[in-house]
Ligand binder design. Structure first.
Ligand code: ATP
Length: 426
């Protein structure tokens, strides 16, 4: 089995990621997160919000609607830019205009394979929806990116808060694209989630470039701080001709996935493209100067980050599989066991500990099989610590705490456990 097959199988077997509508044969490009997957994904979002919104004084959040007035998409350029006849490379998913012979030929040179192109399609990435109860129904769209929800609320946010330029608006939410070749588990889906910061600055070449460089570092550091292998992360700058329709300049944070270096997050200098399109400006209260701010954007995929955290954490040690997830991301922080399930006094003590820890952390309970099997099972889902109530616990109110990565055990007093784990998770 190759690594992707192993990850896919683990994800299903242990309840991280299931194929969407699986009992009806699935539905291409749609995925469901199981009991452990939802915890992991929520933790990714929580950590993003903490770093990008709570830890900063210059960022606030919004949560805009998925369906917007269709005029938004006209103004943003998405209806026009997404309706060209395109062919997509089956190897690397690059799309080019079918009528751009030069680009087609150039790209063919980058692969050894032949017949790399899909059929040309008039290709609208936007997912249409029909609204209303009477005919004709009104055509609208599921948003193709969450970004526009921030721009259309730019004035609302400025007017309703005391925030002043430079400032950012953060958002996490679902986006939908009619991808023609979804694949690699959740990597390219038709429904996915994005986590984005739109950071508004004064129009100034030098200063905005500096902000762009700063956010590149903020974002790559975030992945590294959450345990991703730095050797598998790099920036990939976009050549001018490959930039999206809105970007002045752009770079991607790529992760070296089993299927090759792959975009995980885009960092874009959008200039005044968006606010100008929507006719929005900003007035500096001090100078009374009015201008169209420029935007630096960091646009990450929640599902791609979640998948790459899973892949990056996967390790095999003989028979043992360990998910070395950062404790901050691990679905369960702690597993609590009674040493033996048929000794009521041990079970009772372990239950008490479980109930106490549950008030502070996401904790799981296990009393199946022997202790070795339980460690094995917890390692495979990335639980950083296992707490066991044993016979010594009944004498001195201490428990063993076993560490996932070192497999070492310590004895810790029950009344010190909460503090111990709080410190570890800091
Ligand atoms: P790609 O070139 O891989 O299609 P993109 O350049 O179109 O990606 P952006 O429009 O910059 O992507 O979107 C920002 C982020 O949203 C991406 O870095 C990625 O993490 C996520 N994303 C985009 N499309 C998808 C998708 N189909 N499935 C899952 N995540 C996606």
């Amino acid at each position: 089995m190759d690594l992707m097959e192993k990850i896919t199988s683990l994800a299903k077997r242990r309840g991280f990621i299931f194929q969407g509508s699986e009992i009806y044969g699935g539905y291409q490009g749609f995925w469901d997160y199981g009991p452990l997957g939802v915890e992991l994904k929520n933790n990714v979002k929580k950590e993003w919000w903490k770093t990008m919104v709570y830890d900063r004084d210059d960022v606030v959040g919004v949560d805009a609607a998925i369906v917007m007035n269709p005029t938004v998409w006209e103004k943003s350029g998405h209806l026009k830019a997404f309706t060209d006849p395109l062919v997509e490379c089956k190897v690397c998913h690059k799309r080019v205009r079918a009528d751009n012979e030069e680009a087609v030929k150039d790209h063919e040179k980058t692969h050894e394979e032949e017949n790399i192109w899909t059929e040309a399609k008039t290709f609208n990435l936007m997912t249409e929806v029909l609204l209303g109860t009477t005919e004709p129904k009104e055509k609208s769209y599921l948003r193709g990116e969450i970004t526009q929800g921030v721009f259309v609320n730019f004035k609302n946010v400025v007017d309703s808060t005391r925030i002043k330029i430079p400032f950012g608006i953060g958002q996490i939410g679902k986006a939908f694209r009619n991808e023609i070749t979804p694949g690699n588990l959740t990597f390219r889906s038709r429904e996915f989630e994005q986590m984005e910061l739109e950071y508004f600055v004064k129009p100034d070449e030098k200063a905005s470039e500096k902000t762009f460089e700063e956010f590149k570092l903020v974002r790559i550091k975030w992945y590294k701080d959450l345990g991703m292998n730095p050797d598998k992360l790099h920036f990939h700058d976009h050549e001018p001709e490959k930039r999206a329709h809105y970007a002045k300049y752009a770079t991607d944070i790529e992760y070296e996935a089993p299927f090759g270096w792959s975009e995980m997050e885009g960092i874009h200098h959008r200039g005044d493209y968006d606010l100008k399109n929507h006719g929005l400006t900003y007035r500096d209260e001090m100078t009374n100067e009015e201008f169209t701010p420029w935007v630096i954007e960091t646009s990450g995929g929640v599902d791609r980050a979640t998948l790459f955290f899973l892949i990056d954490a996967y390790e095999e040690d003989g028979e043992r599989v360990v998910l070395k997830l950062s404790p901050k991301l691990a679905p369960y922080k702690i597993a609590v066991f009674p040493l033996l399930k048929n000794k009521p006094e041990l079970v009772e003590k372990a239950k008490e500990i479980y109930q106490t820890l549950k008030k502070e952390f996401v904790v799981t309970w296990d009393e199946r099989g022997n202790i070795g099997k339980r460690y094995f099972a917890q390692d495979e889902i990335g639980t950083p610590w296992c707490v066991t109530a044993d016979f010594q616990t009944l004498d001195d109110n201490t428990v063993t705490v076993r560490d996932r990565d070192t497999a070492k055990q310590k004895r810790i007093a029950i009344d010190k456990l909460t503090e111990y784990f709080q410190n570890e998770l800091r």
